[in-house]
Design a protein around this ligand. Structure first.
Ligand code: SAM
Ligand code: SF4
Ligand code: SF4
Length: 340
C-alpha cells in the first residue's frame, strides 16, 4: 500500500535515529558547550523500534537508514541491523556514521545484513579535523573507512559538509581520496537546520560554486541522468568518477521528498525543518497494535504539506533557523536528535 501526502509524495523512506549522543562536536551541528539529552528511559528498545518499522513498512516504507547522534555509540547496534535486515519489506538498509568507531564494527554490521554505509568526513587534515569536530579523531575515521571499504558493502559513500574558508579548499583532495577507497563523495551545502547555531549564508558554498571549482580542475562535468527522490544530484568527471551534491540550501528538492524521521525516543518528524512531530512511543507503550500505529501514520502523512527547505529559501534575512534558547527547551529541534 502506498501512502501519499498533499503534494502526492509517497512515504517510502524512514531515517531512524538510534541515539542522540555523539562522540564529536561538529561546528555545523553541535557547536555549543552544553546540550540537553533525551531521558534514557524514553529511548526505544530495539524491539520497539522494530515494531514501529513494521507499521511503517505496512504502509509503503521500503528504505531505512540508521543514524543518530552517532549510531555506533548505541550498544549492540548489529542486533538491530539483524532484526531489520530480516524484514523482506526493506529493500534498502543503510547507515550514516561519523566513522570514529567504525573500524571495529564494520565487519559485524555487514555480517548482520547492512547493505550500504555512508561515512561523514569533512577534511583530510588532522589539525583541521580537530578544529571542525573538536576531537582528534581523523586517524580513527580513516581506519573506519578502510575497514568499511574491505567489509563488502554494496556501496560506500563519503558525505562532506562544505563550509566556506573552513574546508572548501579540500574538494579535489576529497574526490581523490574517495577514488582511492572506492567511495563516492557527496558534497552537502551547509544547512541552517536546528542546531546549526553558527550558520550564516556567507559560510555556504553553493552547488554552483562547488561545480565551478571542480570544473576548473577536472574540466567539463556531466550530469548523471535519472535522479529520483534522492537528495543528491549526481555528476561525472571525464575519467568516469562520479560524485554527488546535496543542494538543500540553495536549490532544495522538496517536491520529490519521500523521507521522514524517527527520533530515538519515538517522535516521528515529517520534515527536517518540522517544529514538532507525532509521538509514536506513547501509543506503542500503551499497547497499540501494528495496524493502529499504521493508521496513525497514514492519517498524518496524508495531511503532510511540509517543504521546509523551500520555505527557508523564501526567508528574507536568513539567520540560524532555531535560536539557542529554543533548542535548550526542546532537544527534538536539534539536528543531532533528528538524525540528518
Ligand atoms: N553522526 C553521524 C554522522 O555525522 O554521520 C550521523 C548523524 S549526522 C546528524 C547526519 C548528517 O547530517 C551528517 O552527514 C552531517 O554532516 C549532516 N549535518 C549535520 N548538520 C548539518 C548542517 N548544518 N548542514 C548540512 N549537513 C549537516
Ligand atoms: Fe557531527 Fe554527526 Fe555528531 Fe552531528 S551527529 S556532531 S554531524 S558526528
Ligand atoms: Fe523533505 Fe523537508 Fe528536506 Fe524538503 S526540507 S527535502 S520536505 S525533509
Amino acid at each position: 500500500m502506498l501512502t501519499v501526502d498533499r503534494f502526492d509524495r509517497p512515504l517510502r523512506s524512514l531515517r531512524i535515529s538510534v541515539t542522540d549522543r555523539c562522540n564529536l562536536r561538529c561546528q555545523y551541528c553541535m557547536p555549543e558547550t552544553d546540550y540537553v539529552w533525551l531521558p534514557r528511559e524514553s529511548i526505544l528498545t530495539f524491539e520497539e523500534t522494530a515494531s514501529v518499522v513494521d507499521a511503517f513498512t505496512s504502509v509503503g516504507v521500503d528504505r531505512v537508514r540508521i543514524t543518530g547522534g552517532e549510531p555506533l555509540l548505541r550498544r549492540n547496534l548489529p542486533q538491530l541491523v539483524e532484526q531489520l535486515a530480516a524484514k523482506p519489506a526493506i529493500a534498502d538498509l543503510s547507515l550514516t556514521t561519523n566513522g570514529v568507531l567504525l573500524r571495529d564494527q564494520a565487519a559485524a554490521l555487514r555480517a548482520a545484513g547492512l547493505h550500504r554505509i555512508t561515512v561523514s568526513l569533512d577534511t583530510l587534515k588532522g589539525d583541521r579535523f580537530r578544529e571542525l569536530a573538536r576531537f582528534n579523531e581523523l586517524p580513527a575515521v580513516l581506519a573506519g573507512i578502510d575497514a568499511a571499504s574491505r567489509a563488502g558493502f554494496a556501496s560506500l559513500k563519503i558525505d562532506t559538509v562544505v563550509m566556506r574558508n573552513r574546508n572548501d579548499d579540500e574538494l579535489v583532495p576529497l574526490i581523490e581520496f574517495g577514488k582511492s577507497v572506492g567511495a563516492e563523495v557527496r558534497f552537502i551545502e551547509y544547512m541552517d537546520v536546528g542546531g546549526a547555531t553558527h550558520w550564516s549564508m556567507d559560510a555556504v558554498l553553493s552547488r554552483q560554486e562547488i561545480l565551478a571549482r571542480l570544473a576548473s580542475v577536472y574540466g567539463p562535468i556531466a550530469a548523471v541522468e535519472g535522479r529520483d527522490s534522492a537528495p543528491a544530484e549526481r555528476f561525472q568527471l571525464h575519467d568516469g568518477t562520479t560524485f554527488g551534491i546535496i543542494a538543500s540550501t540553495t536549490e532544495p528538492f522538496c517536491a520529490a521528498c519521500d523521507r521522514s524521521r524517527l527520533t530515538a525516543d519515538g517522535l516521528w518528524l515529517l520534515c527536517l525543518y518540522a517544529r514538532g512531530g507525532l509521538d509514536l512511543r506513547r501509543p506503542l507503550r500503551e499497547g497499540a497494535t501494528r495496524d493502529e500505529i499504521a493508521r496513525l501514520i497514514t492519517t498524518v502523512w496524508s495531511m503532510r504539506a511540509d517543504r521546509g527547505a523551500e520555505e527557508r529559501l523564501g526567508a528574507a534575512a536568513r539567520e540560524p533557523f532555531i535560536p539557542v534558547a529554543a533548542l535548550k527547551r526542546d532537544a527534538h529541534l536539534e539536528m543531532h536528535t533528528r538524525g540528518g
